[in-house]
Design a protein around this ligand. Sequence first.
Ligand code: SAM
Length: 229
Amino acid sequence: MHSFARHLHSKSGEAPAKETKGLVLDRGWSYDLMVWFCDTFLFHGQMRELRQRTANLAGIQPGEQALDVGCGTGTLAMEAQSRVGRAGRVTGVDPGPQQIARARSKAARRNLPIDFQIGVIEQLPFPDQTFDVALSTLIMHHLPAGLKRQGLAEIARVLKPGGRLVIADFKRKQERQGLASRFHAGGSDLQDLVALLKDAGFSQVETEEMRPPRFSAFPGAGFVRAYKS
Ligand SMILES: C[S@@+](CC[C@H](N)C(=O)[O-])C[C@H]1O[C@@H](n2cnc3c(N)ncnc32)[C@H](O)[C@@H]1O
C-alpha cells in the first residue's frame, strides 16, 4: 500500500494544511480502488470488517460528535455518520487534499453532512473537549514515533472528559505469517500503542486482535480502545 505514499506534494488544487512528517497518501479514488481490489481479492473482506469492528468498539451513539483522524477517503466516517444520525456530527481530517476531495464527493453523493477537512493529527483544528469519540484506522504506521506522541496528545485535547478513542492498525510485518508476511505494508506493535496512550493520559486501555483467515494476505490487525481520564 505504501507505493501510493508521498510526503505532501499534492497534484490537486487545494493546499495541504501544513507540512507533516507523516506518510501522506493522496490518491483519492485510486486509493478506494486499491483498497477494494485488496479487500476483494487478497483480504477476504477483512478491511471492511476492520472498519466495522472499529465502529463497534467505539460504541458510537446517536447524537454524538465523532472525529475520524487520518480519515483517508472517508469510508469509516460515513459508517460513523450512520451511527450518530442527524442529531450527531462527524468530522474527518486528513492531510491529503485528494483524499479529502474524494471523501467529500462520496458523502455528498449519499447526502451525508460530514465535515471533511484537510488537517494533521499533530495539530487538530478544533477547540479543546469537542468530541465524544475519536477513531483512527491504519494511520499509526504512517507516523514516526514523535508524531504519534504529539498526535495522541492532540486527540486527548479535543476529546471531552470520558471520551473514547479507538485505534486500529495492521500487525507489524515481523509478527505475520504466510502470505500476509509477503504483503508490503507497515504495522504497529499493540503494546507500543498501549504505552503511548497511557503516556498521553488515557486510561482503561484495552486491546483486541484480529487474526487473518487462512490463505488470506490480510496482515492481521490490532485494536486499542482507551478513555480520556
Ligand atoms: C492507510 S491510510 C488509512 C486511511 C483511512 N483511515 C482508512 O482506513 O482507509 C493512512 C492515512 O493517514 C494519513 N496521514 C498521514 N500523515 C498524517 C498526519 N500527520 N495526520 C493525519 N493523517 C495522516 C494519510 O494521508 C492516509 O490517508
